[in-house]
Ligand binder design. Structure first.
Ligand SMILES: [Zn+2]
Ligand SMILES: [Zn+2]
Length: 1014
């Protein structure tokens, strides 16, 4: 018998070539009773490994392979909870002592935290084996003695690996002899890097990506053969030079490893309470006090809801958690940082009265069971103004201590584009071909990317070749592999004990910031609760716009007390005049707004929720639209559904409705219903969901609902899947949608300026925003060396572009200009050069976008002068400069082109202005004329592609947004048209479309027939 004790998953980043699931399954199939996972310097996969191993009936053994000083490897296995704590701290120490991706641990660190750990001497890079391999027997012995002195002969084993390399038999024999002499035992492992022999090809590719070499040049980096797969007991016993007892000893070692990843003792730090009060008493007191401030006298409905929520919070011991979140929100409020709770938490009255969430759950009839129920623990997600989020994070670190708080990571994985690029590079495919391939992909998933490429004529020539087959296979296999770690958008763990005892910490990329090794799923699998402190740029936008408004009108704009029923605001939204407006600016939203015509905050909530993958998949959108427009009557599958589905006209739109339907129709508890909802969100959601069908129909029967109807209702739920919004979330977002629409309508300069200052955000490029602003009669002033700041600003009702939009500028260079300007305005280019001492390229870019127009109108002359100054040295008196050379000014067209290439847009003109003459001669019309055309008319239009989408739900249709100087046009490409013209559509920025105008319910589309490049 044999259990593998040294095994790498793909969380040994760019080294392991199999997933945790694949390894667990293979170990199970090979008849192993357990498996140890020993990824390099990390416990990334520990929670997932525990979950999948237990599901498969396999004993999970947690461990890691650490890198010691001198690049020596050592294999460590956890035997108990002390061992786990020690391992987690050791990894943290190693990760933080080394640089990113290059962890280092000293032997004395290891010695200090050896308790609860079993130590195996390691692979051929282990200290003892590598010395032995070099023939330095005495030193090898000394090294082994050193480890034995720390771990004792009961917890230190000489690791024997045999991969059929020429030297392996000798090495195993010598190591076994040495072990005998030392009185320690041997153990066999296979240093597994993949499940099956053929996977070594993928492992080679990963190693090449890590070392940035092509496969052809990888000899020194790759493993010499394919023996590093998960071998069965038989395969291990067949290796003649491995002692039998070393193989069977793996079972005894596995037996000693008796640790369960369990954080039930984990808790939040104690919140500092007033003397004598418990967390419950304090929270209740706060809630009642604040509820009275909001509602006045508290009626029965309010009291019952508070009591109900209090019971649930007590049941989970979450009083401290709510206090911590409340305290974070108080900090934000006191410091003028916009922040609001999102997600299911917005359904909680406790969260609302504490000021954590912005929407009144009673008034908007929000169902709390999705957030608080008898199962699971809730996450509270807080959206914070992006540009001030850091202050809030620092507050948490300071309040609870740096040791006790940590950011959750995310794994950057291989998706279609980077898989094609990186695998292709390793295989030596020509870079220009790879570039075109990557840009041609319409799929995000690497697994599907290749099927996608097959459709394209220019790549068809490759299809038959072996190389192509290999390339394709590797891209499929590498799909979704973790590549490296980065910081999660906002997840934070706060704990009463040092976080590094729970999960190892490591450097995030750049920033000098530390993250923990688990992502949000890992944190969830381990049963930890996190607080999500998310940056939301829309909050920054609103807060910036409010500041501009206050500067201009002298009085602050109170967003809290805005009237929420302004018809002019809703009218603008209903016309789909929504570029920049929160959540309703996408093409799909713009298609639906004129039909739905939202008139209230609730309507906006529906609108935010409805144009999403969930409802689209469930085919809820069309019935809802028709019912809303009065084309189809509102109907319910069962009268019992009416109270729950009334607000959404009989269709299911919100996650809460799923829960409520399950409760009403089938008598589920809130917790059961939430499990049902979660089942739908799993990868194999459909299968998971079917497990609930029996429970559902049986429950319905008790309520006197026939099986046919019950099944229909169940299918309705099933069609919805996990993707939908919860209503509480939609309402929080609806509020921001309304506020941003209000700003756009009444304070366009402030709105667009704040929008430009918070890029990238939302759906559109700055180019589109600038042109939309111009169409709303907002004047855009060019960058000016004497007037611009880093950010854009409002100059009496006009927007002055900031230096941030000039290529190669950067905030530091802008800062130098502004600092130099404090001593007076610049009067000449020469003076500017002397006083700012900026590099030539950035000055050149400033000249090119017209930043010196206030001093000298001719950009070309200034560029000449800059060159002359460069040669003469700025102090070189006027010699060259005085010799004026006769140069033609740039034409308007040249200026526009330069603006686009350096700024991405032009403050003065639209790119299509320059093509208008030619377009007219081709018989093309402008976008405003398409708006005025009748349905069915054939037209030609030219423009700039600003957005291309292929939603997975659209059956191969592609949607293109084309912009010209007059506005935007929606172009629809049927799948056959898309396949024919996809390379033009994907790779050419300026195109001409021939098509037919289609008008429906106030929405205009152009159905494309033919597309050419302009
Ligand atoms: Zn190793
Ligand atoms: Zn290893």
């Amino acid at each position: 018998m044999y259990i593998e004790l040294h095994c790498h998953s793909h969380f040994s980043l760019l080294d392991g070539a199999s997933t945790v699931e694949q390894l667990v399954e293979a170990a199970h199939n090979a008849g192993m009773g357990g498996l140890a996972l020993t990824d390099h310097n990390g416990l990334y996969a520990a929670p997932q490994f525990f979950r999948t191993a237990k599901e498969a009936g396999l004993k999970p053994i947690v461990g890691a392979e650490l890198t010691l000083e001198g690049s020596f490897h050592v294999t460590l296995l956890v035997t108990n909870s002390t061992g786990y704590t020690n391992l987690s701290r050791l990894i943290t120490r190693a990760q933080l002592a080394g640089s990113k991706g290059d962890p280092k641990l000293t032997f004395s660190d290891l010695a200090e935290r050896n308790e609860g750990l079993i130590c195996l001497s390691g692979c051929s890079k282990g200290e003892t084996p590598s010395l032995m391999l070099q023939g330095r027997k005495d030193e090898a012995l000394k090294a082994a003695q050193k480890y034995r002195s720390v771990f004792g002969s009961d917890r230190f084993y000489i690791e024997l690996q045999h991969h059929l390399h020429p030297e392996d038999s000798r090495l195993c024999r010598q190591l076994a002899e040495m072990a005998r002499a030392l009185g320690v035992r041997t153990v066999a492992t296979n240093n597994v890097h993949y499940v099956a022999r053929e996977d070594h090809r993928l492992q080679d590719i990963l190693v090449c990506i890590r070392n940035r070499v092509t496969l052809d040049n990888s000899a020194g980096f790759r493993k010499p053969n394919s023996e590093y797969y998960l071998k069965s007991a038989d395969a291990m016993h067949a290796l003649a030079h491995l002692p039998q007892d070393a193989i069977s000893r793996t079972l005894a070692i596995a037996e000693q490893c008796d640790y369960d990843l369990d954080f039930s003792s984990y808790r939040f730090p104690d919140f500092p309470l007033p003397e004598g009060a418990t967390a419950e008493e304090y929270l209740r007191r706060l809630c009642l006090e604040k509820a009275r401030q909001r509602f006045g006298e508290l009626n029965n409905t309010l009291m019952e809801r508070l009591d109900y929520e209090f019971d649930l919070i007590r049941g989970k011991g979450l009083f401290g958690y709510f206090l911590i979140v409340w305290d974070i929100m108080e900090f934000a409020r006191k410091n003028g940082i916009l922040a609001q709770g999102r997600g299911s938490a917005a359904s909680s009255l406790v969260a609302y009265v504490l000021g954590i969430t912005p929407v009144d759950p009673i008034r908007h009839k929000l169902f709390v069971g999705r957030f608080l129920n008898e199962f699971g623990v809730p996450d509270i997600d807080i959206d914070i103004s992006t540009n001030r989020r850091e202050e809030v994070i620092q507050y948490v670190y300071e309040k609870y201590g740096r040791e006790h708080a940590a950011m959750v990571c995310t794994y950057v994985t291989f998706r279609a584009r980077n898989a094609v690029r990186e695998v292709g590079k390793v295989l030596g495919l020509p870079p220009p071909v790879l570039d075109r391939m990557a840009k041609s992909l319409s799929s995000y998933s690497a697994a599907h990317a290749i099927d996608d490429l097959k459709e394209i004529a220019e790549f068809r020539g490759y299809l038959g070749s072996d190389a192509w087959g290999h390339f394709v296979g590797m891209c499929r296999k590498i799909a979704d592999f973790p590549r490296h770690l980065s910081i999660h958008v906002g997840g934070m763990i706060i704990a009463s004990r040092p976080v590094s005892e729970i999960v190892p910490l490591e450097w995030a990329r750049a920033e000098g910031r530390v993250v923990c090794q688990w992502d949000k799923d890992g944190v969830d699998d381990a049963g930890l609760i996190k607080v999500d402190l998310l940056g939301l740029r829309m909050l920054s936008l609103i807060s910036d716009a409010a500041e501009f408004i206050e500067e201009q009108q002298g009085t602050p704009l109170d967003l809290e007390t805005l009237p929420m029923d302004d018809p002019a605001v809703y009218e603008m939204v209903a016309k789909a005049d929504t570029i920049g407006v929160f959540q309703v600016e996408s093409r799909a939203q713009m298609q639906s707004l004129p039909r739905v015509k939202p008139r209230t905050l609730e309507d906006l909530g529906v609108e935010v929720a409805i144009i999403r993958p969930g409802p689209l998949q469930g085919n809820m959108v069309h019935p809802y639209m028709k019912r809303r427009q009065g084309i189809e009557p509102v109907q319910y599958l069962h009268p019992l559904l009416e109270p729950v589905l009334e607000e959404s006209l009989g269709v299911i739109l919100f996650q809460e409705q799923i829960l409520q339907v399950a409760i009403l129709i089938a008598g589920f508890t809130a917790g059961e219903a939430n499990k049902l909802r979660k089942a739908m969100g799993r990868k194999n959601g459909f299968v998971e969901l079917q497990k609930w069908r029996g429970r559902f129909t049986a429950g319905a029967q008790v309520k006197g609902i026939g099986e046919t109807t019950a099944n229909k209702i169940f299918d309705l739920i099933g069609g919805f899947a996990e993707f939908g919004f919860c209503k509480s979330h939609a309402m929080s977002f609806a509020l921001l949608c309304y506020r941003s629409a209000f700003l756009k309508h009444y304070y366009p300069e402030a709105f667009y300026c704040a929008l430009l200052n918070n890029q990238p955000m939302g759906f559109y490029q700055p180019e589109v925003i600038i042109n939309d602003a111009k169409r709303h009669n907002v004047t855009i002033l060019p960058v000016d060396i004497n007037k611009s700041l880093w950010q854009c600003g409002v100059e009496d009702k006009r927007i002055r572009l900031g230096f941030r939009y000039v290529k190669e500028m950067g905030e530091d260079r802008a800062g130098k200009i502004i600092a130099a300007r404090l001593r007076g305005a610049f009067a000449s280019l020469r003076e500017f050069c002397i006083r700012t001492r900026l590099d030539k390229e950035s000055i050149q870019n400033l000249v090119a976008v017209g930043a010196f127009d206030g001093i000298e109108r001719s950009r070309r002359h200034l560029l000449w002068e800059l060159g002359a100054l460069q040669i003469a040295g700025v102090h070189g008196i006027d010699l060259c400069v005085s010799e004026k050379v006769a140069l033609d000014d740039m034409t308007v067209k040249e200026e526009t082109m330069v603006d686009y290439s350096i700024q991405g847009f032009s403050a003065r003109r639209h790119l299509i202005d320059e093509y208008r003459e030619r377009l007219r001669s081709m018989g093309a019309v402008g976008s405003s004329q398409i708006e005025r055309s009748v349905s069915g008319k054939s037209v030609r239009i030219g423009g700039l592609t600003v957005c291309l989408q292929m939603p997975p739900t659209a059956k191969g249709f592609a949607f293109l947004t084309l912009e010209d100087e007059e506005g935007l046009t929606n172009v629809v490409l049927r799948s056959d048209v898309y396949s024919e013209y996809r390379q033009i559509v994907r790779l050419e920025p300026l195109i001409v479309v021939d098509g037919t105008v289609q008008k429906e319910d106030g929405v205009t589309n152009l159905i494309a027939k033919r597309i050419t490049s302009l």
